[in-house]
Design a binder for this molecule. Structure first.
Ligand code: CA
Length: 218
C-alpha cells in the first residue's frame, strides 16, 4: 500500500513518514500544494494524508481539483484543532475522513487502515484467503493458524493482493503500490517476491494470469 503525505511542516512530515513506513506502507512526501496536486494526479496511491494549510495551493483547492479530475483515492484531511468549519469544508470538498492536529500516530494509522479497507470493499481488518490470514492491525500473517514470517516487501505485496482479492492485478499496478517514487523499480523483483510468497504460503494461493498479472481467489 502506498500513501502520499502532503504536509509543509518539515518535522511533522518526517515523523509521519517514519510512522507510516514502520507500519509497512510505501510513502511519498509533497511539501506544498502544487507538488501534492501533481503527485496525486499522476501517481497511484491507496490513500492520501492532506494538510489544509499549504503553500502555493491550499489543501481544499488541491482536493477539489483531484475530485473534479476524477481521482478517487481516499483522502484524510489534517485540520487545525477544533476547527469545525475546516472539517465541514474538507468533507464537502470530497475528504473521506479528518483528524485534528495534534493527533496520536496510532489514531492516524487506524483511520488510514480503515479508509484503505473500505475503499477496497473489505469490511474486516483481517483479510482471509483459504488457509491464509493477514491481520492488517498487527501486520501478522498466518497459514492454518501458524504464524509465518514475511519480509517487509513480501508483506506489502501480499497485503495489496489480499485487499484486491478476486481481481487481476498487473505487475505494473503492484510496482506502483508497493514502492515509493524514489525506489529503483525493477519489475523482475515482483516475480521473485511472488515465488517466495508461494514457498511460504503454498503454491495455490496466487494464480498467475499469463500476460495480465496475478490474482488471489475470492
Ligand atoms: Ca500546514
Amino acid at each position: 500500500m502506498r500513501i502520499l503525505i502532503v504536509e509543509d511542516e518539515p518535522s511533522l512530515a518526517r515523523q509521519l513518514r517514519q510512522t507510516l513506513e514502520s507500519a509497512g506502507y510505501a510513502v511519498d512526501n509533497a511539501h506544498d500544494g502544487e507538488e501534492g496536486q501533481f503527485l496525486g494526479e499522476t501517481e497511484s496511491y491507496d490513500a492520501v494524508i492532506l494538510d489544509l494549510g499549504l503553500p502555493e495551493i491550499d489543501g481544499l483547492t488541491v482536493l477539489d481539483r483531484w475530485r473534479k479530475s476524477g481521482r478517487k483515492m481516499p483522502v484524510l484531511v489534517l485540520t487545525a484543532r477544533d476547527s469545525w468549519s475546516d472539517k465541514v469544508a474538507g468533507l464537502d470538498a470530497g475528504a473521506d475522513d479528518y483528524l485534528a492536529k495534534p493527533f496520536q500516530s496510532e489514531e492516524l494509522i487506524a483511520r488510514l487502515r480503515a479508509l484503505i479497507r473500505r475503499s477496497s470493499g473489505n469490511a474486516s481488518s483481517e483479510l482471509v484467503s483459504g488457509d491464509v490470514r493477514l491481520d492488517t492491525r498487527s501486520g501478522r500473517v498466518t497459514l492454518a493458524g501458524e504464524p509465518v514470517k514475511m519480509t517487509a516487501q513480501e508483506y506489502k505485496l501480499l497485503s495489496y493482493l489480499m485487499h484486491h482479492k478476486g481481481k487481476v492485478v498487473s505487475r505494473t499496478e503492484l510496482i506502483e503500490h508497493i514502492y515509493d517514487q524514489d525506489f529503483d523499480r525493477d519489475s523482475n523483483t515482483i516475480e521473485v517476491f511472488i515465488t517466495r510468497i508461494r514457498k511460504k504460503l503454498g503454491a495455490d494461493l496466487i494464480t498467475t494470469i499469463r500476460g495480465l498479472g496475478y490474482s488471489l481467489e475470492s
